[in-house]
Design a protein around this ligand. Structure first.
Ligand code: PGA
Length: 255
């Protein structure tokens, strides 16, 4: 696992964009796993900027998002379909048919989940998966528990996730209680993983994930078992780590 500690959120976003750029340059038909939430917004801004400067081409890229709220239509401003469109897709030259998110309103949940897994496999698997981390250590919407799901599935959101995400909604009552999320197996099968975390309120989850025991109670701790993980943190998110030389690591050449 490679851990980079950036100065601040903007620097974390730039380093993250460097990692994506390096992988995309090496494979123009990249299969890219995407995340939502507050954390990757700066990364998307950086990638859009690089595209606008003519330094990145998304015309052959295929994307698969981690998750979507269950029950929201893709035109709902709170949906992740909407988020991705607004913050990334409409600004770049990605082909519409190459964009994939779990459906928020599937007729048949099990069939939709199986179809999502099949689409990932048909694309050749995910080359690079971008992840944020929840304050409870979740990745995607794989919440802590005695057992974790391997594949794309419908999941009940943990109370702390509902609380954390209430800031994006008019009230906590408006936050959906369920989501469709890639499973831990879907995430762990990605060839490379880029985990981003920013802010002091993520420091405990980051320390538990990177330095604590591998446990289903901290889903992100399973990343310790993946051979191709790069973690980019800002200083605040790295605050509780013991073994990391802050500011250390090999920085991507473009940064
Ligand atoms: P955030 O969410 O980026 O909005 O903090 C991350 C997550 O819950 O995975």
């Amino acid at each position: 696992m490679k851990i980079l500690v950036a100065r601040d959120y903007q620097h974390m976003s730039r380093l993250g964009a460097c990692v994506v750029t390096a992988v995309l340059k090496g494979k123009p038909n990249l299969v890219l796993g995407l995340a939502t939430g507050a954390t990757p917004l700066g990364l998307y801004r950086e990638l859009v900027k690089l595209y606008q400067e003519g330094r990145l081409d998304f015309s052959r890229v295929t994307t698969f998002n981690l998750d979507e709220y269950y029950g929201l239509s893709s035109s709902d401003p709170h949906s992740y379909h909407y988020y991705m469109e607004e913050n990334f897709f409409r600004h770049i030259n990605i082909r519409r048919e190459n964009i994939h998110l779990p459906p928020g309103q599937p007729g048949d949940v099990a069939a939709a989940c199986a179809a999502y897994e099949a689409a990932i496999a048909a694309a050749g698997g995910i080359d690079l998966q971008i992840l944020g981390i929840g304050r409870n250590g979740h990745i995607g919407f794989n919440e802590p528990g005695a057992a974790l799901n391997a594949r794309t599935h419908l999941i009940d959101l943990a109370p702390e996730t509902i609380l954390a995400n209430a800031r994006f909604f008019a009230s906590i009552d408006a936050v959906p209680r369920q989501a469709i999320s890639m499973g831990m197996g879907s995430i762990m099968k990605a060839r490379r993983i880029l985990l981003l975390a920013s802010g002091r309120d993520k420091a405990a989850a980051v320390a538990a994930a990177l330095e604590g025991p591998v446990t289903t109670m901290v889903p992100a701790s399973l990343l310790q078992l993946h051979p191709g993980v790069t973690v980019v943190l800002d200083r605040a998110a790295a605050e509780k780590l013991h073994s990391v030389v802050k500011g250390g690591g090999t920085w991507p050449a473009c940064c």
